[in-house]
Design a protein. Structure first.
Length: 344
């Protein structure tokens, strides 16, 4: 029997779409303060804009560039109790242009975590939803950093934000000698990235690699643990069939799925249940590109208990290729009152 410790997913994560007005605009349709917000212009080429309450409003980093953090006073200007406010920047609020946002609840601005050999500048952790944000200053030597989750994270995204650096991603299915980037590259083997050590219930490990542990530089880490019925980081092997496609069981109806082919070079693909589209016309965005919404090939079906990949395209379902994903729930497979989820 499927169950969840997060009966109402939208109290902790929610994709939200909005139309820009070209002046200050508040999105107030969330059930929580969004402590981590990722925004993308859906209509045209524009950067992915990521903000969090730990680094502070107006502090933007982007998945499609390796630049340092930028202070943009007219991007995301405030985190509010039920959403966020954006200014006049075209990346987040052009008049009559459609935007997508993905929003996670952590625990506000946070405070220092001293569980690791590096004390974090701040850690904002939500143990219910298995998500935390940590900022820390690197040492250049093997180290550990506290994440505050109480269980080992399965997916970690790190960006050195005080200077130019690639994004570096840990995924539990690949192990602690492997890492990924927000680009088309495949798996990279770098033992000095995670010090060849898997995360524990209190810390994640860093080696001497300067993009995750540069001496004197500031870094941000987004850590995600599996929570039954709410979130899952996993992997699957493609079967190459569009008519009887690979099915991935999650135990919940997904509202967000991020997928990467790790057997060959290809982009990450980001899908959600909020943007225009339906089975079989789900749109996608690619975190490494500035492109707007794309569809064309039918790549994914969002189902009541997981997702399937009805394509032979290398992005989602080449026979024998390995894929990793991170998914979040729209609702659990079976709610606390016994009502089952329905597909799209």
């Amino acid at each position: 029997m499927a169950y969840t410790t997060v009966p109402k997913s939208t109290d902790y994560f929610k994709p939200e779409i909005y139309t820009g007005n070209g002046s200050s605009k508040t999105i107030s349709t969330l059930n929580f303060q969004s402590d981590f917000t990722w925004i993308k212009n859906r209509a045209t080429t524009d950067m992915h804009s990521l903000f969090d309450a730990v680094r502070g409003a107006t502090k933007r980093i982007s998945t499609n560039i390796i630049s340092a953090q930028a202070t943009e006073t007219q991007d995301l200007t405030a985190f509010n109790t039920n959403g966020f406010t954006v200014g006049t920047s075209g990346a987040v609020n052009t008049n009559n242009v459609n935007y997508a946002s993905w929003n996670w609840k952590a625990n506000g601005a946070g405070s220092s975590n001293t569980d690791g050999t590096i004390n974090t500048i701040k850690t904002s952790a939500n143990t219910t939803s298995g998500f935390s944000i940590s900022t820390y200053t690197g040492t250049g030597a093997n180290a550990t950093v506290g994440h505050g989750l109480g269980v080992a994270p399965k997916f970690i995204i790190i960006k050195k934000y005080s200077s130019v650096a690639n994004w570096r991603l840990y995924h539990a299915s690949l192990g602690a000698t492997k890492n990924l980037v927000f680009a088309t590259d495949g798996i990279q083997t770098t033992p000095t990235m995670w010090n060849n050590t898997a995360p524990t219930s209190t810390t994640f490990s860093l080696g001497s690699y300067n993009e995750v542990n540069d001496s004197g530089a500031n870094h941000v880490a987004y850590c995600f643990a599996d929570v039954q019925g709410f979130s899952k980081a996993g992997s699957y092997i493609g079967n190459g069939s569009a008519t009887s496609p690979t099915f991935i069981y999650l135990g919940f109806k997904p509202s967000f799925v991020l997928i990467k082919n790790v057997s060959q070079e290809d982009a990450w693909f980001l899908h959600d249940s909020k943007r225009d589209g339906f089975n079989d016309d789900n749109e996608y965005l690619r975190p490494n590109l500035t492109d707007g919404d794309s569809s064309g090939i039918n790549r994914i079906r969002l189902l009541s208990n997981g997702f399937s990949v009805p394509t032979t395209d290398k992005s989602h379902n080449v026979s024998g290729n390995n894929y990793v994903y991170m998914a979040f729930a729209e609702e659990p497979l079976v709610s606390t009152n016994g009502v089952p989820a329905t597909a799209r």
